[in-house]
Design a protein around this ligand. Structure first.
Ligand SMILES: [Zn+2]
Length: 468
């Protein structure tokens, strides 16, 4: 277990996570250790003990015995960021395909709104929807600070994560996240975490090769019970290439091939080190990807500003294929404002729909503002400036980017073999699946998702019953 020299305090004041991290390195508050491959890991465990959970799950003697008995197990959650499910059937990804076809696949799996990176990673680790986690999108209007910012602070997550739940049970946890803002928001929760390096421009993520080296070193050095890994290359080569659809496809294909090869090497390592038979490997994406041409961009700022009632009273947080619109005017005019925003948005070419944030399908909290805008497939938002604010062709956040790969492989006997399920699994199911694997019980309302380790209804019902 990592040394717990600093309790995690969600209220702790600080600058951006990066400044925060830099500061901690300078002041020595983080303990840097050198792993075999010469990679630096932060060892200050975050602490679960102080995680912002109101009610601790009841831990019975029975649960304690089960968790103890299962201490030999290992779970790896690999997020292939931005991968589309159909991309695993193009002959480019033999290792991922073998893992999917040999384990338990969920062909109807979906990302949850808003289909962005940060909220879906948070859903994976909390098992809860954004109206509980407090993290509805990548970019929000910070209602306290009055500025638009990325949700990249540890205090942005308002609930306990599976990482916290494992820490308090003495299980080792690690995060190896290729993206700077993910490193930021998960903060010091895991017992060990890798700080992504080197960061590439535009996406602020480390290349998969560097990330997988860190995964290897983490295995050797720490052998975590749970390792949460984000691989950002496939997403990056969806977003940032601007040479046109043919160029996008070429780079995307090479990213798929490279990432698949790295995953294959990781599986080989699990096998050669005797870990495979103990392991569950959950592979999924946080969202998929949709491409748009420059003429298919939507800029809402001037349209909303042209309305005398809304002018100067609305703020937009752009999230690629989705936007969050915030009413900043008088409270008693909010309902009217929502209606006007919806009327203007739905009359705008390229806008698919404009549900009120309170629409029960969305389950987004107040952090998401008043109206959510989705674009149609093949379109993107660019606000406040046309094109300038969002020049990249690959986007997500809208319903076209909902389907994701989701499958559970691994050599552990509890992992079903060669099965496919008709359940619509989702990112929110990852935490309860990991909890189930380790025998960590949950209260009835601890998760919005369900374990996906079992396919039978009877088994699921048994797990639900066992929660009390
Ligand atoms: Zn992503």
């Amino acid at each position: 277990m990592g040394c717990q020299d600093e309790a995690y305090d969600p209220q702790r004041p600080g600058g951006s996570p990066f400044e925060d991290g830099q500061e901690r390195i300078r002041t020595g508050r983080r303990t840097l250790i050198t792993a075999g491959a010469g990679l630096a890991f932060s060892a200050a465990a975050g602490s679960a003990a102080a995680a912002p959970t109101k009610k601790k799950p009841a831990r019975t003697l029975h649960e304690g015995a089960t968790v103890q008995r299962r201490r030999g197990r290992r779970a790896y959650v690999l997020v292939i960021d931005g991968c589309r499910p159909d991309e695993l059937d193009q002959g480019l990804t033999p290792n991922l395909k073998a893992l999917r076809d040999g384990g338990l696949a969920y062909p109807r799996a979906v990302s949850m709104p808003v289909m962005e990176t940060i909220p879906n990673h948070v859903m994976m680790m909390t098992g809860m929807r954004p109206d509980r986690t407090g993290v509805p999108a990548n970019s929000v209007l910070d209602l306290t600070e009055g500025t638009i910012r990325d949700m990249d602070r540890p205090s942005d997550i308002k609930v306990a994560t599976i990482i916290d739940r494992m820490n308090v049970r003495g299980l080792r946890t690690a995060t190896v996240l290729s993206k700077d803002y993910l490193y930021g928001i998960f903060g010091e929760r895991a017992g060990r975490r890798w700080e992504p390096f080197p960061l590439l421009p535009l996406t602020n993520h480390a290349p998969d090769q560097a990330t997988m080296r860190a995964v290897d070193a983490m295995l050797d050095d720490y052998d975590p019970h749970l390792m949460f890994v984000n691989l950002g290359d496939i997403d990056r080569f969806g977003h940032s290439d601007v040479t046109g659809p043919a160029g996008v496809k070429a780079l995307r294909r090479s990213a798929l091939i490279d990432t698949d090869r790295l995953v294959g090497t990781f599986i080989d390592t699990l096998k050669s080190t005797g870990r495979w038979e103990k392991s569950m490997v959950v592979v999924l994406a946080d969202h998929s990807m949709d491409w748009s041409i420059p003429t298919n961009t939507i800029t809402m700022t001037p349209r909303l500003a042209a309305d005398p009632f809304l002018a100067g009273q609305v703020v937009i947080a752009q999230n690629g294929g989705a936007e969050l619109v915030y009413w900043r005017g008088a409270e008693d005019q909010r309902a009217q404002a929502v209606q006007r925003i919806q009327t203007i948005a739905t009359a705008t070419p390229g806008v698919l729909e404009a549900p009120a944030r309170t629409d029960p399908r969305l389950r987004l909290g107040p952090e998401a503002g008043d109206v959510v805008l989705y674009c149609q497939a093949g379109w993107r938002f660019s606000d406040p400036q046309p094109l300038l604010s969002n020049p990249i062709p690959g986007n997500h956040g809208h319903p076209a980017t909902e389907p994701i790969p989701f499958f559970i492989g691994g050599g552990h006997r509890d992992v079903p073999r060669g099965r496919s399920s008709s359940h619509a699994a989702s990112t929110v199911d990852v935490a309860p699946t990991v909890a189930d694997f380790f025998g960590i019980r949950a209260g009835r309302s601890d998760y919005d998702g369900s374990t996906r380790l079992t396919t039978t209804k009877r088994a699921s019902a048994g797990i639900r019953k066992g929660r009390r």
